[in-house]
Structure formats: C-alpha cells, structure tokens
Write a new protein. Structure first.
Length: 436
C-alpha cells in the first residue's frame, strides 16, 4: 500500500491558490559546475514546461551541509538526483537553502556558464547565480510548495545488473501499443513467477518477451510500466551498474547510485500472452541478421506514407535453403532471392508488416543469426536469435491477405559481384607501362 499519495492536479492548483509561501532564508552555496551539471541532467528532462501546475515547470533544489537534492516532475514521472560528495560543494551562511527555480532558465544557465564553480546567493525567494564573470538573478518559488514524491513500500523489490534490465527493455519497449483504446498495452508488463522475471510487450500485431532468472527469492507479482517512462529509465541505466526496483499497487521506483526515479504503473490486468506463442513449429530457416536487415531496408522504398510500412511476402523453401522476399504496392514491385544457412520442414509462405520486422531486427546485432520458426501462413511466426534461451520470444502476427504458392521459380540469389571496370583499369595500367 502507498504510505503517501501525490495530490491530484486539481488539488495542487487549489492548494497553491489558497496558501501564501514566503521565505526569509539567507545562504550561500558553492558547487563544482561539473557535479551540478551531471545531477541536473538527471532531472531536467522530467520537467514539463507546459504543465498547468506552475510549480512543476521548475526544478526543486534543497541544499544542506551533507547533500544537494534536485527534483523534477511532470505529474506522471518524477526524478530525484543528489550530490552527496561534500568535496563537490559547500553551504555557507546557513544550514539549509531551498527553492524551486524556473526549469528552463536554471538548466540553460548551468549548462552555459564557463566557470568551474557556481555560486548561489539565496535571499528569500530570489537567487543570484555567479560563475566566473557571469551573474544571473532568478526568482523562484518556495520549495515547500513542491509536491511530495510517493513513498513506495518495498513489498515487491529486487536488484539486478543495470545492463541486464536495459537489454530487457530495449528488446520489449518497441512492441508497446501506441493506441489508447486499451491503456494497459501502452506499457511493458513486469511479471515475476517462480523466481523468473519476465518483461512482456504487445500491441496485438507483435509480441516480445524476455526472461531473467532471479538470483534471490522474490514474491510473485505483475505490474505494467508505461513505455514512455521506460524510455527515461533506459537513458539512465546506461550510466550505472546495479539497479533496485520496487513496486506497489500504484507506483514503481528505480534506485541507481545517486538517482531515484518514480513513476505510476498502469491500471488494469495485463492480458495472458503465453497462448499466443505456438507450442511447436513445422518449418524453420536461418539467415544472418545483417543480410535480413539489408533486404528489409530495400523493401522500405515501397513503404506506405501513412503507415511507414508495407506488406512483405516471405516464401521459404527450408530444405533447399531458399528464401524469396516480395512486395507489391501501388508504387511498384520488389523481389530478392537469398540463400538461407540452414532449414527444416515444409515450404511455407508468410507475410508481415515491414515496419514491425525492421523494428524487431533493430534489436538484434548484425553479427547474429536469426531463425524463422513457422507453421501455416495465418499463424504467428517467431524469430529466434541463436544462443538465447527459448523462453525469449519475438513474435509477429501475419498480415491477413491472399498469398502465392510456396513455389520459387528461377531462384537467383545475388552472386559475388564483379567490378566491370576492373578489366578496363588493368588495360589502361598496362598501356601506361608500355608508353613509359
């Protein structure tokens, strides 16, 4: 259960209108510019410059003798960063100094000054900012007006390497739905079941699922985090080694070094997706990721402007190691043959939206090999990256349309390309030697 709830937007606006905040504080804060830049970068992106709540357009700053705490929020996502190394700052002429400064101006001042240190002189709700030869003055708001961040009970908490969680998010977040008709699908489901942590995302047209085995005992749970929140989380996971994640029924908290991120979880029960994955497959074929990416880049020439994709037909003859890729749109036709590395099962024809395939392939390194696992043309097919657990799934639902027969006539994969100008160049070189 939440031990503290955020006020709603209407409640915050009403409270601001009926409460008068004044300050008589006087203090001087000196901080190293690089340390402040780093901390500010963690929260500035969370500030909503267009928020209907004036206080949320600013950056919260509270300095004490032992730390500087910065906060930014857009009412759905909250970020907090701290500077705790007292070699990086010192507070003089006061025991605390707090204010909410205009977010845009504060961020630009800190990032544009050329001095190695920045000095803040607090006089009530006015602040003078000095660095090298520059001097700025800003008027802020009382830090007590800033909404309290949620206190999340650690009923569902775990720690894991940041790189592992980043990989799980990179492999799933692109599959979250953009449509709002079923809000829970606009996020990535986080599920722990029998010590197996799974991230799952689907927009009904494709599905991605990643699995990570927990190293310590954790209770079962299921919560869904908005994809927009995970984009912010991913940016910060790149700069840390371990992350602690805590859930309750309303919020999720990520704790990484001196950065803490708070966000709301989506309401509603995430649909059961296990039944979408076929238990077995009749046909399979392997192809280098690099080759497949190159082919789909060429099919993008026929993308529909409104959907940024086109229907691609894939004709597989697994035992013959043959694949033919086709498109047919109002713009024209495309065909390319490619030899697969290894295949098994009957010939099969699959269809897909090129946009979905391009996004999926973007999560697979060029040097890897992918395996198509297929049944019939109307059933979902799976792309499996070699060397990863079978429980990890990338699934695409075929486009429903008539398909050609699984026959490939005049199979003609691209041969090794010869340079038609090479012979001419050699002849010119020989002539030059004779003249010399």
């Amino acid at each position: 259960m939440m031990t503290q709830e955020l006020m709603s937007e209407s409640e915050m606006i009403k409270a601001a209108e009926t409460t008068v905040f004044t300050s008589t504080q006087k203090a001087k804060l000196t901080v190293k510019t690089d340390a402040l830049k780093k901390a500010l970068s963690e929260v500035a992106g969370s500030v909503d410059a267009k928020s209907a709540i004036p206080i949320l357009t600013g950056v919260f700053m509270l300095a004490t003798k032992s730390s500087i705490v910065l906060k930014g929020s857009n009412s759905n996502f909250y970020a907090e960063a701290s500077i705790t190394d007292t070699e990086q700052f010192m507070l003089e002429e006061g025991f605390t100094a707090g204010i909410v400064l205009p977010g845009k101006q504060f961020n630009e001042i800190v990032n544009k000054v050329s001095g190695k240190i920045i000095t803040f002189i607090f006089d009530g709700l006015k602040v003078e900012i000095k660095s090298k030869g520059s001097k700025f003055q800003l008027t802020g708001q009382h830090h007590d007006q800033y909404p309290a961040f949620p206190a999340v009970s650690e009923q569902n908490t775990f720690e894991m390497p940041s790189a592992a969680l980043l990989h799980m998010y990179q492999k799933t977040v692109y599959c979250a739905s953009k449509a709002q008709d079923q809000p829970v699908l606009t996020g990535v489901n986080h599920e722990v079941r029998d010590q197996m942590f799974r991230t799952i995302a689907t927009d009904r047209h494709r599905l991605s699922r990643l699995v990570y085995e927990m190293k310590v005992e954790t209770g079962d749970f299921s919560h869904t985090v908005p994809a927009s929140t995970l984009v912010e989380v991913m940016r910060r996971l790149k700069n840390t080694t371990m992350v602690k994640v805590s859930f309750d029924e309303a919020h999720v908290v990520y704790e990484m070094d001196n950065v803490t991120l708070y966000a709301r979880v989506l309401e509603g029960k995430y649909p059961v997706t296990d039944k979408l994955v076929p238990p077995g497959f009749k046909s399979s074929a392997q192809i280098p990721s690099r080759d497949l990416k190159a082919i789909f880049k060429r099919t993008s020439l026929y993308n529909d402007a409104s959907t940024n994709g086109c229907v691609v037909v894939l004709v597989f003859r697994p035992k013959e190691n043959q694949l033919r890729v086709l498109t047919n749109s109002d713009l024209g036709k495309f065909q390319e043959d490619v030899s697969t590395l290894k295949g098994d099962g009957d010939p099969v024809v699959m269809t897909c939206n090129s946009k979905y395939m391009v996004q999926l392939l973007g999560t697979i390194p060029d040097h890897e090999t992918v395996q198509f696992c297929m049944n019939d043309p109307q059933a979902p097919f799976v792309l499996h990256q070699n060397g990863v657990p079978d429980a990890n799934v990338d699934l695409i639902v075929p486009v429903r349309q008539s398909v050609p027969d699984a026959e490939i006539k005049d199979f003609n994969p691209a041969p090794t390309e010869e340079d038609p100008f090479e012979e001419r160049g050699s002849a010119y070189a020989a002539q030059s030697e004779e003249v010399a």
